[in-house]
Design a protein around this ligand. Structure first.
Ligand code: ZN
Length: 183
């Protein structure tokens, strides 16, 4: 299962081999994922779909979630939850994570994928933190050009335009074994 997990923008196959189906797009060369989910390659119809996680639930205090950054504000980010303790959810519940005390230029960008720990439910809002090494951003792109980034000590660098930036990266950033968060 976990081998099929794809992130937005991931290349899945050449457009000569497959057609873009649900939750995918073709960039003129490759079929890419438009959302995070499980890829489903139909060999008969030559169609690729990405199936978004489909279960409803609300995270509890102590749960680790993975989700997409929906909004970045001056002192917090909002994250739409896709996975709770590794289990997919489509409830589209949001949590917020304070970023005020982090000395990082761009803790996260909209559409980054973050791993957070739920710490409280307060007035109907789910509060999360990312202040542990394994928590933080597990997928991001260059803020200038949308290119792929690699880590350089505490910073990230774009492989296309060389823009250097910062994020609160998870220790799982750039490793395929972050999948263990899903188990
Ligand atoms: Zn760039």
């Amino acid at each position: 299962m976990s081998d099929n997990l794809v992130f937005p923008g991931d290349k899945i196959a050449s457009i000569e081999e497959y057609e873009a189906g649900h939750n995918t797009f073709d960039d003129g060369d490759m079929v890419r994922a438009a959302t995070m989910g499980e890829k489903d390659m139909d060999k008969k119809t030559r169609m690729i779909n990405v199936n978004h996680p489909k279960l409803l639930s609300i995270p509890k205090v102590g749960d680790v979630i993975i989700g997409k950054v929906a909004a970045v504000m001056s002192s917090m980010i909002a994250v739409t939850i896709d996975y709770i303790n590794g289990k997919p959810t489509t409830s589209k519940v949001e949590c917020i994570c304070g970023t005020r005390n982090m000395r990082i230029r761009n803790v996260a960008l909209v559409n980054d994928i973050a791993s957070l720990k739920i710490v409280a439910h307060l007035n109907g809002t789910i509060h999360a933190v990312m202040d542990e090494p394994e928590l933080g951003i597990i997928f991001t792109k260059c803020r200038k050009c949308g290119g792929k980034v690699i880590t350089m000590r505490d910073a990230i660098k774009c492989t296309d335009c060389s823009w250097i930036d910062e994020r609160k990266l998870s220790s799982s950033f750039g490793k395929s074994d972050f999948i263990h968060l899903r188990e």
